[in-house]
Ligand binder design. Structure first.
Ligand code: OOG
Ligand code: NI
Length: 481
């Protein structure tokens, strides 16, 4: 039997090999990312704090886009076979550079599973019923087009169901499953209907990429890097033009949190078009791109509110002074408004940590303090950061936008169809998990165990969980900056 995690690791590996043959710049990106990671590991004794070099080197996230709830449900079945569950709901239809999709990310949710193979897929569903983008006539033709296509062959879905039920597959079936699964995400040679594609492209390049063709494909495959600023410079030196900035928090002296990402536009790819007169022509499309990510510590809701506030304040200042350096502006705000150490993040409940007891205490016969800050400061507990395993809607919108050639059209005067995690779960037919809850559970489990261990020692029975395992505090009123 090939167990779930081996199916996932093999799928990620084969997808990467396939994508490298389709997009050669991806291979360059892997080379540079690998070199940067080795350099950081060699110079920084703390390099493995947010993940071992082995894990970080194997780590990838892919992005796919589908057109209907049925297609999403089928994709979810394939990912379930790989031990990946939907986490988070990202609505990308609002604000600057809105695109007509709502998204989730399929990923392992268990720490051990993430360590075995941390593969994720950011998966977007086209919102064909959103009147800001599609009028009733276009919606009807789009849905009819999507209803006629088959993204995933029935044999693949049957094998996926079997793999989910049995937590693995016998070797021959595993081989067949992997072959079909990788093939489902290859770029299709099927001719693209020029008139239909162009009509959708006027609404949104993303709508055309999803609903203008008869197959899906992997849009990008993103490696993780330990120093994204170094990678950004290095890619530029190799002649690959990156987008104008790194999305997410600025680089600063304090702890790395959440996610920093940047991307470059892939080269135009050759495709065959079917012209209105029925003839075929050669042409090209530029829809796929390269992306790289650096991961930091997972924030609590309170920490996240602080992050969002700092990002909004950075925007406000940049609007007042567009020539200012964005990184500098953001950095100055962070120095004033964000905890500067992991210790502070932990005791202010702004980020998630796992806690471990320090055995051999008390050395001097004293009782442990009954607060987290005291337990950490006096060496009863150590805190290890929980890595952010998810995505950021604003960065995702920025990544989508920076790689589109055309703005598209969106009628902001109309109301959008509401969409939230519950509706997304209904579409998928599986629960959509909440990223904050997953990290909070991990923290709480570790803290309970650590306190139990401490309580087992002499004189510590008085230690009370209630005080220590505090619920996530309400977000602060916006701190003065
Ligand atoms: C997804 C864009 C978002 C990320 O890493 O935030 C994304 C897409 O282009 O389909 O990949
Ligand atoms: Ni991405």
């Amino acid at each position: 039997m090939v167990p779930t995690w081996q199916l996932r690791a093999a799928f990620a590996h084969r997808l990467s090999a396939m994508y490298g043959t389709e997009v050669p710049a991806y291979t360059t990106l892997l080379e540079v990312a690998g070199r940067v990671n080795d350099e950081v590991a060699a110079r920084d004794p703390d390099a493995a704090r947010l993940g071992s070099l082995d894990r970080v080197t194997a780590e990838r996230h892919g992005a796919i886009r589908v057109g209907t709830p049925d297609e999403l449900r089928q994709a979810a079945q394939i990912f379930a076979a790989l031990g990946m569950r939907p986490v988070g709901c990202y609505d990308l239809r609002d604000g600057e550079g809105a695109v007509p999709v709502v998204s989730t990310a399929f990923r392992p949710t268990d720490g051990e599973e993430l360590d075995r193979n941390p593969f994720r897929v950011f998966t977007s569903l086209l919102t064909t019923g959103d009147r800001r983008f599609f009028d009733p006539d276009l919606q009807a033709r789009l849905e009819a087009f999507l209803a006629r296509r088959t993204l995933f062959p029935p044999e693949l879905l049957t094998l996926a169901e079997r793999a989910e039920e049995a937590a693995g597959l016998p070797p021959a079936q595993a081989e067949r499953f992997l072959t079909l699964a990788v093939a489902a995400f290859e770029l299709s040679p099927e001719p693209v209907d020029r008139a239909w594609y162009t009509e959708l492209e006027r609404v949104s390049a993303v709508a055309a990429d999803i609903g203008g063709v008869t197959a899906t494909h992997i849009n990008h495959l993103t490696p993780r890097v330990l120093d994204i600023d170094a990678l950004y410079r290095r890619m530029g030196e190799r002649g690959i033009t990156m987008i104008d900035r790194i999305q997410g928090p600025p680089r600063w002296e304090g702890p790395d949190v959440l996610l920093r990402q940047t991307s470059f536009r892939a080269l135009a790819e050759r495709r065959t078009f079917r012209e209105p007169d029925g003839g075929h022509t050669d042409g090209s499309l530029r829809v796929r791109f390269g992306e790289v990510e650096a991961r930091g510590i997972a924030l609590t809701r309170a920490g996240r509110a602080r992050y969002d506030h700092l990002m909004a304040e950075t925007d406000r200042r940049m609007a007042l002074d567009p020539d200012a350096d964005r990184q500098e502006t953001a950095r100055a705000l962070w120095r004033r408004g964000f905890p500067a150490t992991e210790h502070q993040l932990a005791v202010e409940h702004q980020a998630f940590f796992t806690y471990r007891p320090v055995t051999g205490r008390p050395r001097d016969g004293r009782c442990p303090p009954a607060d987290l800050a005291g337990l950490l400061r006096h060496g009863w507990l150590t805190a290890h950061p929980v890595v952010y395993e998810d995505f950021l809607p604003r960065s995702a919108a920025g990544i989508f936008r920076s790689n589109l050639t055309e703005e598209g059209t969106r009628d902001a005067g109309r109301a959008g169809t509401p969409f939230d995690a519950r509706r997304l779960a209904e579409a998928i037919g599986r629960p959509v998990l909440d990223p904050f809850t997953l990290s909070a559970q991990q923290q709480e489990r570790s803290l309970r165990q650590a306190l139990d261990t401490l309580r087992a020692g002499p004189a510590l029975q008085a230690l009370d969980d209630g005080e220590l395992i505090a619920p996530d505090p309400p977000p602060d009123p916006a701190p003065a900056l």
